[in-house]
Design a protein around this ligand. Structure first.
Ligand code: BGC
Length: 258
């Protein structure tokens, strides 16, 4: 069985609105199947989400059968247990989520935070590929997700979207959802982002920032307005980053060495 190490894995990204999955080529980061997307069940209850993840896997079968499986989720994940819940039911707080999925799916999974998966994807296959030093990925969406990656090693569960700035939780001031909700111009939003990234820069002295989330496709409208000492660049994979990162983390480093 020479050269039999899996070069592909399945990634599933659970979000507040949709559950997406695909089989990923771990050498290139390309999707080997169509991306399957099913709406997140109303209320985001654990049992319902497990059922939907099973449906995603069924749609990806047989391409997904027997491959390493990574699942990412918008919460702090410690040793397979979800410790918070953003835009999903509070029933996730303190839940043995990895176990619940493994029982419901009948196979092993690697379970990680969604921003961690996205950050890892960008350093393995995207905007920060080959970067050394500290990369901070931020996803600007419903909330603000963050990932710290130092020399290709992920430091999990950095919840820097919840930094307190001017007495307020940063994501309640500067997420993309807030821009939409308050109908902020790019300039007004950029002022809030400026404060946020300045704080991150001061606290971590990163080598670069990568900005993900759907709004990163409009990066031209707001990144040039930011005045930082640190390079700040848009993510490459946007909506697929969670899938790619979850798959890559599930496979582990050995299988990704060319
Ligand atoms: C959550 C994070 C998550 C981020 C993006 C935040 O509100 O606390 O765990 O990564 O949203 O989904």
């Amino acid at each position: 069985m020479t050269n039999a190490a899996p070069r592909s894995a399945v990634g599933i990204d659970i979000g507040g609105t949709g559950i997406k999955g695909a089989v990923v080529d771990l050498t290139t980061g390309a999707l080997l199947t169509d991306r399957v997307k099913i709406p997140t069940p109303k209320g985001g209850e654990p049992k319902d989400i497990v059922v939907t993840v099973r449906e995603v896997l069924e749609q990806l079968s047989p391409a997904s059968d027997g491959l390493p499986l990574g699942v990412c989720f918008p919460a702090i994940v410690r040793n397979g247990r979800t410790m918070s819940a953003a835009n999903v039911s509070d029933a996730w707080i303190g839940l043995e989520a990895e176990q619940l999925f493994e029982q419901g799916l009948g196979r092993e999974i690697t379970f990680v935070n969604d921003a961690d998966a996205a950050g890892y994807a960008e350093t393995e296959f995207g905007a920060a590929k080959g970067a050394s030093g500290l990369t901070i990925l931020t996803t600007l969406g419903t909330g603000i997700g963050t990932a710290l990656i130092y020399n290709r090693t992920l430091i999990p569960n950095a919840e820097l979207g919840h930094l307190e700035i001017d007495g307020k939780d940063a994501e309640t001031r500067a997420s993309y959802a807030v821009k939409e909700r308050e109908d902020l111009s790019w300039e007004k939003w950029a002022k809030r982002l400026q404060k946020y990234y300045e704080r991150l820069e001061f606290l971590f002295s990163p080598d670069q920032f990568v900005v993900g989330g759907g709004v990163s496709k409009h990066a031209d409208h707001f990144l040039p307005l930011l005045k930082l000492d640190t390079p700040i660049i848009p993510a490459v994979h946007r909506n697929n980053a969670g899938i790619l990162g979850a798959a890559a983390l599930a496979a582990g480093p050995a299988e990704r060495i060319a």
